[in-house]
Design a protein around this ligand. Structure first.
Ligand code: FES
Length: 146
């Protein structure tokens, strides 16, 4: 835990093996829904927010729950006394085990309750197809693995 490296097989840069895997067409993903896919044998949650896609390794950094089985929604934001400010709707993933909340854009816990973060996985669209892994392939230098 605590490593920023991607899981084995995702975003590989130093091997000839494919560094990305097609997981479907854009139309296969409903907005604001977490779709769990198997990518190079690893469970990855893919979330579509309009034209943007986010990928998350389906492992909670707290105790290892399948975090992508949790609820995607919003959260209460810091606010003045006696006021309630709900926001970030559709960008907060709540782990099903102990309810830690994570920002899907950064992987960080809400309100920085802990330094551990979700492992983000690159997702991109090409010719209306959705891919998980390195966009530019083995020579990109990004997302290196062990
Ligand atoms: S395992 Fe996810 S919050 Fe504890």
């Amino acid at each position: 835990m605590g490593s920023d490296r991607l899981p084995a097989g995702i975003g590989m840069t130093d091997q000839v093996a494919p560094s990305r895997e097609r997981i479907g067409a854009v139309g296969d993903f409903r907005d604001s829904e977490v779709k769990v896919c198997s990518v190079f044998g690893r469970s990855v949650g893919v979330i579509r927010k309009g034209d943007e896609f986010f990928g998350i390794l389906n492992v909670c950094p707290h105790r290892g729950a399948g975090v992508c089985e949790g609820v995607l929604g919003g959260t209460m934001l810091p606010s003045a006394p006696d006021t309630f400010n709900f926001g970030m709707d559709g960008f907060v993933l709540r782990c099903p085990w102990h309810k830690w909340q994570f920002d899907i854009r950064t992987g960080k816990t809400m309100n920085q309750i802990d330094d551990r973060s979700l492992k983000l996985v690159p997702v991109h669209v090409e010719d209306d197809q959705v891919y998980v892994g390195s966009e530019t392939g083995p020579s990109s230098g990004a997302g290196e693995d062990e």
